[in-house]
Design a protein around this ligand. Structure first.
Ligand SMILES: [Zn+2]
Ligand SMILES: [Zn+2]
Length: 347
């Protein structure tokens, strides 16, 4: 066991504070990672505040982890000391079910995926996330960060990047396809960059035109305000695919009307409340309303390689650990361009 410094919420809704947590001894197939950067994901805040239900405290959030391997177990074959690596939303799964075998570990139907924090590992011990100095993870749940990608802008790819990459690939974003990204935040800005790099014609649908310049700079071809009713008239029947990143309640019917025949609205946002939908909005035009949650380990590696090849990192605001609580407030106010990343040397 190793004692490491971390930032944790001691109880639900409590501010995060500096503390220490124990990391397990490096096992046969484990790697010890010196964490360099950890992104702040909106879901960290949902979980600290128990917006998604009862949680485990103290909680060290953080599932956008980038660092360097500093020790490997005797059975480790994929990584060596000094390798640049990342850890995303999961640190284990059953490895035996149909989904795990197919590289969809995030949908593990055996024991379920083990979250990087706010979960219990196979020994029944709570997991602690990336707002800390070091983490021990089985090598099978670690991915390699290619040399061309700086670690600070790579960290948010481990959740925000894969959350957008997976549905964009699955529903065929590419040349000749009109893709809308709904929401221009931490997730949405990654969607714009990745959809553009995949060759799609990209439209941002954002509440206002406040971030229009950024959107166009990051690769969007068009930018519309959803607060303007004219947007819905003008864009009716336009898109092959809409990816919604919004985690607030939304009028899905209105957005479904923007799809072409047999188009898909893929939702990756996680509102705390159920939404109402008139199912007639799916019938005419044979539309699909779908969901997607992060991606598997191999697909996460594919995403990192793709991002490195296309020079894609997240747009970040680098902060010290003492600023985490303030950053949470700013995320809730959509006041971040576009992802806070903690320099873990400040913990
Ligand atoms: Zn996340
Ligand atoms: Zn499984």
């Amino acid at each position: 066991m190793t004692t490491v410094a971390a930032y944790a919420a001691p109880a639900a809704k409590a501010p995060l504070e500096r503390t220490t947590v124990e990391r397990r001894a490096v096992g046969e197939h484990d790697v010890l990672i010196d964490i360099k950067f950890a992104g702040i994901c909106h879901s960290d805040i949902h979980q600290v505040r128990e917006g998604w239900g009862e949680a485990i405290f103290p909680m060290v959030p953080g599932h956008e982890i980038a660092g360097v391997v500093s020790e490997v177990g005797p059975g480790v074959t994929r990584y060596q000391v000094g390798d640049r690596v990342g850890v995303g939303c999961m640190v284990d799964s059953c490895r035996e079910c149909e989904n795990c075998k197919a590289g969809r570990e995030q949908y593990c139907t055996g024991s379920g995926m083990v979250g990087t924090y706010n979960a219990l590992d196979k020994n029944g011990e709570p997991t602690y996330g990336g707002y800390s100095e070091k983490i021990v993870v089985d090598e099978n749940y670690v991915v390699r960060i290619p040399d061309g990608l700086a670690l600070d802008v790579a960290a948010p790819l481990l959740c925000a990047g894969i959350t957008l990459y997976s549905p964009l690939k699955r529903w065929g974003a590419g040349p000749g396809k009109k893709v809308a990204v709904l929401g221009m935040g931490g997730l949405g800005h990654m969607g714009v960059k990745i959809a553009h790099a995949l060759g799609a014609e990209v439209t941002v649908l954002s509440q206002s035109l406040r971030k229009k310049d950024d959107g166009l700079k990051l690769g969007a071809d068009h930018y519309h305000a959803t607060s303007d009713p004219k947007t819905f008239e003008e864009l009716r029947g336009t898109f092959d695919l809409i990816v919604s990143t919004v985690s607030a309640p939304l009028d899905f019917g209105a957005y479904l009307s923007l799809l072409r025949t047999e188009g898909t609205l893929a939702n990756v946002g996680a509102p705390e409340e159920p939404v109402a939908l008139n199912l007639f909005s799916l019938l005419g035009g044979g539309k699909t309303l779908a969901g997607s949650m992060i991606g598997g380990i191999a697909e996460t590696q594919e995403m990192l390689d793709f991002c490195a090849a296309h020079g894609i990192g997240a747009e970040i605001e680098l902060i010290g650990a003492a600023e985490i609580n303030e950053a949470y407030e700013r995320v809730l106010n959509s006041d971040v361009r576009y992802r806070f990343v903690i320099d873990t040397a400040t913990i």
